[in-house]
Design a protein around this ligand. Sequence first.
Ligand SMILES: [Fe+2]
Length: 218
Amino acid sequence: MIETIIPGDRRSAVYDFWRTDKVLKDRCQFIAGQYQRYVDNPTVENYFMSLVTDYILEGLYFYNGFITFYNFASRMLMPGSADIFKMINRDELSHVRLFQKLIPEAMAIFPHSKDAIYEMMDTAVRHECKWTNHIVGNNILGITEHSTEQYTKYLANIRLKAIGLDALYPEPRYQKSPYSHLERFSDTKAEGHTKANFFEAQVTSYVMSSGVGGWDEI
Ligand SMILES: [Fe+2]
């Protein structure tokens, strides 16, 4: 989308937005800081927490962004972009499934603190809500600061339960998604929340931006 919409000389401002936006920088630093902790001090505990960081990154971050485009699509706005987000969403959910298998195995092997997992999830929820309120807020029809909080806490609950932990937010309003009416746009209703029937779907693919260097090294 950036390659299509934003003129070349302004693209780096988008990619570098974290440098000038404190809310975004704090959000990025929280995740990056978890990995840095392992780099600086490579203990098994820190390795385990890096796995949890991966899980939160795959399973909590981004989803309010997906919702923004499904909301647009529900009003026939930017349906092509919603289709691309649907594919990215499906990719992320397949990564979530990987970590849902991996983390319980890791819990059986590595020393870890459940309280640290809950605390990390709670901090991630706060970052995700703060960022979404900062960039979307109440300015897009179908999304409010209230629905963002409800959805993010609902997501945290289902992610925790999927790895054998308890819901962090036990109140009834955090047990269901405020965006279930958008599931026909996200196409992620099947068991495991991944796309229902791959073989009936049209074969499409998306490409990553070439506007940022360094991806080849990853
Ligand atoms: Fe992913």
